[in-house]
Design a binder for this molecule. Structure first.
Ligand SMILES: Nc1ncnc2c1ncn2[C@@H]1O[C@H](COP(=O)(O)OP(=O)(O)OP(=O)(O)O)[C@@H](O)[C@H]1O
Length: 674
């Protein structure tokens, strides 16, 4: 029976809620009088925390109504069951963060802090939360929920892990708060006897409040002197009574709950300031994150420039020269025209000399058979064999008197790596070109007549001399995508899984404010990464770039890559339930993008259907655009640049839109309620 004269701070009427097939509330009624302590008791898993979440408006009822007297989120102080605080902040910093979120000025934060410090016997305020004991951290958590002096205080098992003396002091203080300051306190607890000090107790079981009243009423009704015995008796009575069995949610659903969080302003600069400061403190103390975001891109840039696309050095090659002793070949230089009758030049020396001076490690073997055997040695890249009459036969071949087989150099190549093979083959051809130029230019014959009459020039933009020069832009774009996506994932996952975001949201934080603060931080990180990677790529390793035609454009494209990565990381954090799952997803997708982008192997080698697809993947678009800007000097007036930038901008906007939709309709994916 509800008394008309009593003022209720919270009234829950005929509430139903299911988790799948499980009925958590089954026509539940609850009445919390203003200016009282309400002790909500019940067995583990009966739905106490769910009821508190519904009162706070973070969960909805399937049916029923919840009336709240208060109208502003600021008037509620909520202490969740889990800690839900940033563990890398000190107690002082945590007070400052929540105080700023509640729009408190420095002075009032200080005053409340010292009051709560005494009341809850808090440890040294400069201690980091991660170093506090279980009981100490729960007291800090309670202090945070009381910081802004709320009217309605909701505490989910606040006294767990707190010693009996302090627990008693806390209850005394609660009673004082209710009597002197007209606060209303709802407490869930497993210590049934401590609820003796509450003004009203609600015993919850099987989806309903089986009894509600003052401790004295409950004790006298069951004629016992302990709440525990009274509770046991009520449970037995409920079991005997068939009516408690799960009822279906009424067909006519009435669900009215005041969404306190929605009553707050959508954007508040004070909250944004608090988030900036807190996020900076949290991220700058995570040394692995700082290393991953700033130092790792720098190291990767060095690794790439040192290790990718450059000629292979010090490759071991075995040889046997039956034409002449290798000692006589050392520092060999041709003296006369080899076509002269009197010439005793040894052209095998010219070839070997070329290899020796081009970063190969020449190793002489005793005979041809032993040389061929060396191809079984791991690491040996080739075996070159020159026969006894090599030069004489070659002269005859030049004079068209001999067929090729007689004058051949025999080369066995490694099967180990296609690229090694290609480089050696290329150098063999170059060595012969060198041989012909060296030996015939002392003759009357003009060596040009033997060379292919062609000259190659690069007319447009900068000359790409190595494979690395051609793909450095794709690598940088990839790096600017990957690291910000890891940043977005790690900070968002931490906010989500540690319950920090859910607690901040009870202090008024909106998703858009959190994203804005993280986006700004990420933009600073991307800028730093761009500076370090570009410095290494272009100032230390001199990869070709045309500065005059579009440095701004180049940096802008990189920025888009970073922003896209950041939003992709946030989206992954929202969709995945664990941080590790998100990391696998980002790493796997980034690797696929890298493989298809043309960085590992040009897309021209891909089958038609794959090429059609890969031309739209962000890394290919961004890498191509950057290459065209950096190497060809194309500007925004070129259709391909407009196409590349606009398509990636569209991708970024789509990601943002998706996040907005998920923020509106799937809030439970962003925040894990604790
Ligand atoms: N998101 C969810 N999805 C499915 N079931 C859930 C979900 N959250 C809670 N439950 C289930 O609902 C029931 C009530 O959970 P709740 O946390 O509200 O209980 P509680 O009374 O607070 O328990 P405790 O005293 O142990 O904290 C439990 O059986 C729990 O397993």
């Amino acid at each position: 029976m509800i008394n008309e004269d009593i003022q209720y701070e919270v009234q829950v009427t005929n509430a139903y809620k299911n988790y799948g097939k499980k009925n958590v509330f089954n026509g539940l009624n609850m009445n919390v009088t203003s200016g009282s302590i309400y002790g909500l008791l019940g067995p583990s898993g009966c739905g106490k925390s769910t009821l508190l979440q519904c009162i706070l408006g973070t969960m909805s009822l399937d049916s029923g109504t919840i009336d709240l007297k208060i109208n502003r989120l600021k008037e509620v102080g909520y202490m969740p069951q889990d800690l839900c605080l940033e563990e890398v902040l000190t107690i002082n910093e945590t007070f400052e963060y929540y105080g700023t979120l509640y729009n408190m000025n420095k002075k009032s934060i200080e005053i409340r802090k010292s009051e709560l410090y005494t009341f809850l016997q808090l440890p040294n305020l400069d201690n980091y939360i991660k170093y506090l004991s279980g009981g100490q951290s729960r007291r800090v958590s309670m202090a945070i929920s009381l910081l802004h002096d709320p009217t309605l205080i909701i505490l989910d098992e606040p006294t767990v892990g707190i010693d009996p003396v302090l627990r008693n002091d806390i209850w005394t203080e609660f009673t004082k708060m209710v009597v002197q300051h007209k606060k209303t306190i709802i407490i869930t607890t497993h210590y049934i006897e401590e609820a003796n000090q509450a003004n009203c107790i609600g015993l919850m079981r099987n989806g309903v409040i089986i009894d509600e009243g003052s401790p004295q009423d409950i004790l006298s009704k069951s004629n016992t002197d302990s709440l525990e015995s009274a509770f046991l008796e009520l449970c037995c009575n409920q079991d005997k009574n068939e009516n408690y069995t799960a009822k279906d949610v009424p067909a006519k659903k009435v669900s009215q709950t005041k969404k306190l969080t929605q009553l707050e302003k959508n954007f508040d600069f004070q909250r944004l300031k608090a988030l900036f400061k807190k996020n900076f403190q949290v991220c700058s103390r995570d040394y692995v994150l700082v290393f991953t975001l700033i130092i790792l891109p720098l190291l990767q840039a060095f690794n790439f420039c040192f290790g990718v696309g450059v000629d292979f050095k010090n490759m071991p090659i075995t040889f046997k020269n039956d034409e002449v002793n290798y000692e006589s070949c050392q520092n060999y230089s041709t003296k006369g025209c080899i076509l002269d009758e009197s010439s005793n030049e040894t052209m095998s020396c010219v070839v070997l000399d070329y290899f020796a001076s081009h970063n190969y490690k020449l190793i002489e073997v005793k005979d041809r058979e032993a040389g061929e055997m060396t191809m079984n040695n791991p690491g040996n890249m080739a075996f070159i064999y020159f026969q006894k009459n090599y030069t004489k036969d070659l002269i005859k071949y030049i004079g068209r008197e001999e067929d090729l087989a007689e004058s051949s150099t025999y080369i066995h190549l490694t099967n180990e790596n296609f690229l090694f093979k290609n480089q050696i083959r290329m150098d063999v051809f170059k060595s012969f070109n060198h041989l012909i130029n060296t030996t015939l230019n002392k003759c009357n014959n003009n060596p040009r007549t033997i060379n292919v009459p062609m000259e190659f020039h690069t007319i447009l933009g900068n000359d790409v001399k190595t494979y690395g020069n051609g793909i450095i832009a794709i690598f940088i774009a990839m790096s600017e995508f990957y690291f910000p996506s890891m940043f977005g994932l790690s900070v968002m996952s931490a906010e989500k899984t540690d319950g920090v975001l859910s607690r901040s949201m009870f202090a008024g934080v909106k998703l858009v404010e959190l994203l804005t603060s993280l986006f700004c931080m990420c933009t600073v990180i991307i800028s730093m990464e761009i500076v370090v990677t570009c410095f290494v790529a272009y100032s230390v390793f001199f990869n070709p770039i045309i500065v005059s035609s579009g440095l701004f454009l180049y940096v802008f494209v990189l920025m888009i890559s970073g922003w896209m990565g950041f939003f992709f990381g946030v989206l992954t954090a929202v969709l995945s339930t664990t941080k590790v799952g998100g990391m696998y997803a980002i790493t796997g997708l980034s690797l696929s993008q890298f493989l298809l982008s043309g960085a590992v192997w040009p897309v021209e080698g891909q089958p038609e259907f794959l090429r059609l697809f890969s031309q739209f993947i962000p890394m290919r678009l961004l890498g191509n655009t950057m290459n065209n800007v950096a190497l060809k000097g194309w500007s925004l007036s070129h259709p391909s640049i407009i196409m590349g930038i606009s398509t990636t901008l569209v991708y970024t906007i789509l990601l943002v839109l998706l996040l907005i939709i998920l923020g509106k309709y799937k809030k439970q994916w962003w925040v894990i309620q604790k």
